[in-house]
Structure formats: structure tokens, C-alpha cells
Ligand binder design. Structure first.
Ligand SMILES: [Zn+2]
Length: 411
């Protein structure tokens, strides 16, 4: 309803309860879309929910079946009507890739970090959607509310990340490694018998890898890590991919910990994307499990699929998969020296997070969090260090055989 913009919803068959009343207090003052929420018992068995808005939206409503710790959920996605078209965003990114690369400011404290920041500046902020003072890292700025308890939505600035390593001398080519710590926020991932949460151990591993990457180079070309999330918040799978593409990452590495119903399975696995079916039923099962993250976070799966399909339009993934298999094998070879392998070869399945058509992408299941011995290892600083070292050596081995090509991202 316009004047003033608001969304009014009558939910039938329920009475006002504490969970609904708590919604009112969950709106942040800096929410880009929602001004406030009112709830009331409108009539017998009818609750009226009024969402006061800062701008007009095209709302979508859908339900989610129980998953993980969540019960039945009713979800409203509020898409600003002035949002940039995802395909146009992609094209704009390509245009920015034109041979005349912008010259970094000589005043930049960290020229490499500055360059990443330039690449990462979300185009949507200039498209009239950004009323949020903190900005939003998503090219489709949405607000989402649900009647279930939601964790932190991502409200962090994409950049600057903490860049603690001093900038090396000028380089020809900056190598960017996207590190994708799985799960986060309301999606804890797998939980070990001792209570260890996958989202926590993989974030610690990502931070360790960031230190190593930021201190490394390939043939004199500096490397920088780019984290799709650097704290405990929910990021939809396609946004993880979009972020990596926005900074034109050279590699995409998604970090996870495996789980099974019995405590015995152990060892690491590495997955690449498959163009058709999965390489094994176990691989398909794993992809289904990891792809569920969006349901846990409360994402409209239909909308997501559409966006992914559009992004993949006319793009071949054959070369991506070939490179990803090489990266995965190099990593498995190194992990083997510090721990056990669950599968000796890179497996393939349709992981949503591996679908950047132009970035070699692997998903690493570092160990079985459901195995008490491996849960303890995942928690230990010593093993985390060994694992980060091994993955780093895998990256270096990959680049020694596949030297990064020159790009316009020169300085
Ligand atoms: Zn996972």
C-alpha cells in the first residue's frame, strides 16, 4: 500500500504470540527498507502484520518447510522496485574491465587492498537502491523477515577487510583468492558430537588461510585473500559466487566440514562442479546437503535458481571444471600429508556455490565433524595450521602448473 509505503499482511489461523510480538523489536534503525513493524490481533484467529517501509517494494511471499533447527516458516522478501537488473550488473562489471584500468590513487596506504576495494564496490549502490548508510554488499539489496527467529542478516560492509600485511612493491598482476567459509549466522552447518559448529571452525580456517595468502605471491605477483564472509552472518549461496566474481577472483575455495549419521566416517574430500550428474550418489547427497544452506537461511529458492540460470547464460563451464579438478587434486595431494582422505580423487556434483563460470572453484570438506577424533582436530590450532599450510601448498602447486594469465588488473 502506498502513501506512506507499507506492506499489510493478514495471517489467518493464528493468534498473536510472543514470537510475533518480538518481530517489532528486530528492525534495525539502519535497515535500508523497513522503517518498523506493527502486529495486532485483527479478529478471531487473524493476526495483522503491518510493515512500514522506507521505499516501495515488490514483495514475495513463500513458505519454508522445517529444516535444521527451524520450524515451519513464512517468509517475505522485500525487493526494492528500483533494483538493478542482475544481467546489467554483470555487463557493467565487464565494462569496468576495459583495457584502460583506473590508476590507483598514489595516496592509498595499501594499493592492493585499494584495488580490491575498487573492484568490489557494489554497482547497485549507484543504482538508486542504497539508502542504507552502511551500504550493502549484495547487488540485490533485499530485506527479509520471517516469523522464525532469524540470526544476523548480513549488514557488514564488504570492504575494507583487515589488511594487516604490508603492501609489497608494485606488481604486474594481483592474484585474488576468494575464501568462502561455509554456512554462518542462523545456519550453523553440521554440528559435532561435542557441540562444535561447522560455521565456526571453517571461519577460523579461512582466517588462517587469509594470513598465508596475503603473505604469498605467485612468480612475484602478490596474492590477496577475499572472504565472502569474515564473521558470523548468513550469506546466500549465489551472493557468495557474485561477490567472488565482482572482485574477479582467480580461485574460489569453499570451506566446509563433513558430517554423517554414524561417528566412523573420516577424512577430507574435495569437490568440483559437475556439468551433468554427480560422480557418485555420495557426491550428490553432499551437494544436496550443502545447497540446503539457502533454505536454512530462508532464501526463496525459485528466485535464486532464476538468477543463477541467467548468470550462466551462454557461458561454458568446461574450462572452469577442468581447472577446478586440477586445483582439487593438488589440494588432495597436500592434505594427504597432514591428515586422512575420505576419497582419494576429486568428486563432482552440482554445488550451487561452485557455479562461477569463469573462476576455478572447489569445495573442501576438511574433515568429518561427526567423527569425535576429527572434531577434536578441527578444534585444535595445531591441526588448523597444518591444514591451512596444506591448502596453501595446494594453491601454489596449482599455480606452478597453471600460471595466472595477464589481465587488465595490472598496476
Ligand atoms: Zn557445509
Amino acid at each position: 500500500m502506498p502513501n506512506p509505503p507499507r506492506l499489510a499482511v493478514d495471517v489467518r489461523g493464528i493468534d498473536l504470540n510472543p514470537a510475533l510480538k518480538e518481530l517489532v523489536a528486530k528492525v534495525g534503525a539502519n535497515d535500508p527498507t523497513i522503517r518498523g513493524i506493527r502486529v495486532g490481533q485483527f479478529g478471531p484467529g487473524v493476526v495483522r502484520l503491518v510493515v512500514d517501509l522506507k521505499q516501495m517494494v515488490a514483495p514475495q511471499v513463500f513458505t519454508l518447510a522445517p529444516v535444521a533447527a527451524y520450524q515451519h516458516r513464512l517468509v517475505f522478501d522485500l525487493y526494492p522496485t528500483q533494483v538493478a537488473d542482475p544481467l546489467e550488473t554483470l555487463i557493467a562489471e565487464r565494462l569496468q574491465e576495459a583495457p584502460t584500468a583506473p590508476v590507483p590513487s598514489p595516496l592509498a596506504v595499501d594499493p592492493l587492498g585499494e584495488l580490491i576495494a575498487q573492484k568490489a564496490r557494489p554497482p547497485s549502490l549507484t543504482a538508486g537502491t542504497g539508502t542504507s548508510p552502511s551500504g550493502t554488499s549484495s547487488s540485490i539489496a533485499t530485506s527479509s523477515i520471517s516469523t522464525g527467529a532469524r540470526g544476523q542478516k548480513e549488514q557488514k560492509k564488504l570492504l575494507p577487510q583487515s589488511m594487516s600485511v604490508p603492501a609489497p612493491a608494485a606488481t604486474d598482476r594481483l592474484i585474488i583468492i576468494a575464501l568462502d567459509a561455509g554456512h554462518g549466522g542462523e545456519d550453523p552447518g553440521a554440528i559435532g558430537p561435542g557441540g562444535t559448529r561447522e560455521k565456526d571452525v571453517v571461519l577460523r580456517l579461512a582466517h588462517r588461510m587469509r594470513e598465508r595468502i596475503n603473505a604469498s605471491n605467485v612468480n612475484g605477483n602478490a596474492m590477496r585473500a577475499f572472504l565472502t564472509r569474515d564473521a558470523d552472518f548468513f550469506v546466500p549461496l549465489h551472493i557468495r559466487v557474485a561477490k567472488a566474481r565482482r572482485v574477479q577472483a582467480d580461485l574460489f575455495i569453499s570451506l566446509h566440514a563433513d558430517a554423517f549419521f554414524t561417528p566412523h566416517p573420516q577424512g577430507a574430500s574435495v569437490f568440483a562442479l559437475s556439468q551433468g550428474g554427480a560422480s557418485s550418489s555420495a557426491a550428490r547427497w553432499m551437494a544436496d546437503k550443502e545447497n540446503k544452506a539457502d533454505q536454512v537461511g530462508g532464501l526463496n529458492i525459485k528466485a535464486r535458481d532464476m538468477q543463477v540460470k541467467r548468470a550462466l547464460l551462454d557461458m561454458s563451464t568446461t574450462a572452469q571444471i577442468r581447472d577446478s579438478l586440477q586445483l582439487g587434486s593438488a589440494m588432495l595431494g597436500e592434505i594427504q600429508r597432514v591428515g586422512k582422505l575420505h576419497k582419494p580423487r576429486v568428486e563432482q556434483a552440482s554445488f550451487a556455490v561452485l557455479k562461477a563460470p569463469d573462476i576455478p572453484s572447489v569445495l573442501v570438506e576438511a574433515a568429518f565433524i561427526s567423527n569425535p577424533a576429527e572434531e577434536a582436530k578441527l578444534n585444535s590450532d595445531a591441526y588448523q595450521d597444518q591444514l591451512a599450510d596444506a591448502l596453501m601448498r595446494g594453491i601454489e602447486r596449482y599455480f606452478s602448473k597453471n600460471p595466472p594469465l595477464a589481465r587488465s588488473r595490472s598496476m
